[in-house]
Ligand binder design. Sequence first.
Ligand code: PSV
Ligand code: MN
Length: 387
Amino acid sequence: MTTFSAISAQLEGQAIEVPSWAYGNSGTRFKVFGSPGTPRTVEEKIADAAKVNEFTGLAPLVSLHIPWDQVDDFAALRRYAEDHGIGLGTINSNTFQDDDYKLGALTHTDPRIRQKAIDHHFACIDVMDQTGSRDLKIWLAEGTNYPGQGDMRGRQDRLAESLATIYDRIGDDQRLVLEYKFFEPAFYHTDVPDWGTSYVQVAALGDKAYVCLDTGHHAPGTNIEFIVAQLLRLGKLGSFDFNSRFYADDDLIVGAADPYQLFRILYEVIRGGGYGPDSGVAFMLDQCHNIEKKIPGQIRSVLNVQEMTARALLVDAGALEKAQAEGDVLLANEIFMDAFYTDVRADLAAWREEKGLPANPLKAFLASGYQEQIEADRVGGTQAGWN
Ligand code: PSV
Ligand code: MN
C-alpha cells in the first residue's frame, strides 16, 4: 500500500470553504435553539470562521448567503475577512424566503416575479464583484406539491430562460453553479431534482456553468460517487456542499453518518482529477450545528474531510488497476478497503506540527479560551439565524 509520506505533499494546500450560516443559529422546523456566543453580525461570523482556518489551516474561505449576510459595504467586509486571514468565497442566492416566491421564482408563470428573482441574482453578482468571489451558487426551492398544479415542462423552459439571463451577467473569472435536491420544500415534483437536470441546464448555458453536488440531496442508497465520476467525466462538477445525512437533508457534520461513503466520494474525486489546486472543484461545507457548539463542529468537519482525503490518496492505484484488469474481484476490493481502514490520525497530527499547526486542532481551540470569550462578550443584540 502507498505510505503516508508518499502522499503527504498532496495534502498541502487543501482548501475547504466554510458556510457563514454554520456559525449562526439553526434548527429544524420544530425549533431553532439559541446558544451563547452566537454571532450577531456578519463580521462576527467571519471572525468565527477565521478561527477554523487558524487552528486547522484548511479553511481559507467563507461562503456568504444573500440576504442573510447583506452589508452596506462588501469591499470593507472583504478587507475585514482578509485582516482575519481569510477570504470571501461562494455567494449563495436566496429565492426561498419571500412570499412572492410561493409558487416559484425563476420558474414562475408571472414575468414580474421571474424578473424579481433574476434581479436578486444580478445583485449577488454585484456582491461577487466586490468580494472577489468566483462562484454564484443557486439552489432553488421550486417545485409543486400536487400533480396537475404546474406545467413541469413549461417550468423547465422558463428556468432555462431565467438562468440564461443570469448567466449573461457572469464575469469572465466567475462561474454559476446550480445545485440540485431530490425533494423539499416541494414534495410532488422539484424543478432541479437531480444531477441530470442540473447538468442539462448548465450545459445549455456554457463553459462558466457547473453542477453543485450537495451530498445530503440524494435518496437513500444513491451511489453518489458514481455521480461524481460522471460529472468529472463531463467536466461539469463545479463544487461540493459536504454534509452528512441519516434520513433526508439533515445537514449534519460531514463524515459523521457514513465515513466510508465520504471515502468513496473522495476516491472518485481524486481518480477523476477533481482534487488539487488546478481542479476547479470547490470543496464547501453546507452544514448546520443545531445542538453542538458551532466552531468545534466546523473544525471537526474540515478535519473529517482531510482525514478521508488522506485515506483516499492512500489507495494504491497501480495495484488496483492491475487487480481490476485481471478480474481479481477480492484483491481489488481488498486494496480499496486497506486504504479505507488505515488510521492516518497520528500521521496527520505529526504532519500538522511540522507546519506549525496544532497536532489536535479541536483540543487546541477548546483550550484557547475563544469560546468562553465570545460567550462573555456577545451579550445583547440579535443572534444570527436563517433570516
Ligand atoms: C437547502 O437545502 C440548502 O441547504 C441548500 O443545500 C443550499 O445550499 C443551502 O440551503 C443554502 O442556501
Ligand atoms: Mn447545499
